[in-house]
Design a protein around this ligand. Sequence first.
Ligand code: FE2
Length: 180
Amino acid sequence: MRDFFKIFKSAESKQIRGPAELIDNYDPDLIHKLKADHKELLHVYGQIKNLLDGHGSKSPRERNRKISALIPRLKTIFVDHIMLENGRLYGQIKLAYSQDDDVIESVHAFKSQMSAIQKKVYSLLSSWTFDFITLSPHKFREQFRALGKSLGERINREEASLYPFYEEIPNLHRANALIG
Ligand SMILES: [Fe+2]
């Protein structure tokens, strides 16, 4: 958050001007929706973790069946979320801060890091079938833990350092209108 304000200050001093349509395309609910996706992702992740910890099932077979039934849900939330970020978030931020190299660099770093995570998550979620979970339980647990760690870190970084750029767009616009 501190970095963001530092960058925002430098953005102000450079008098960044975004096109007027920036505000027309601004969705005041976008960050709320994205954060709700994060919450839902973590919720489903937590449901699977509870099952792995031995809660809510009578046998390993039943547990694995319940887990494999939750994987497609995780995949759907993840895919929809990435589409929303790619389609609505990055482009708008890049447009709004087009004259601020620090922000553009930071957004590029977020996006390319996300592309790498995205590929990894897709391939993991596709490989987590009932058979895989049943036949390679240790490998599954290990991969599942690693996924949770990278998703958790990513979510924290997005909410602390990426989403505030978007939330500030109306303020930037107002400040520029006053200056202009
Ligand atoms: Fe996200």
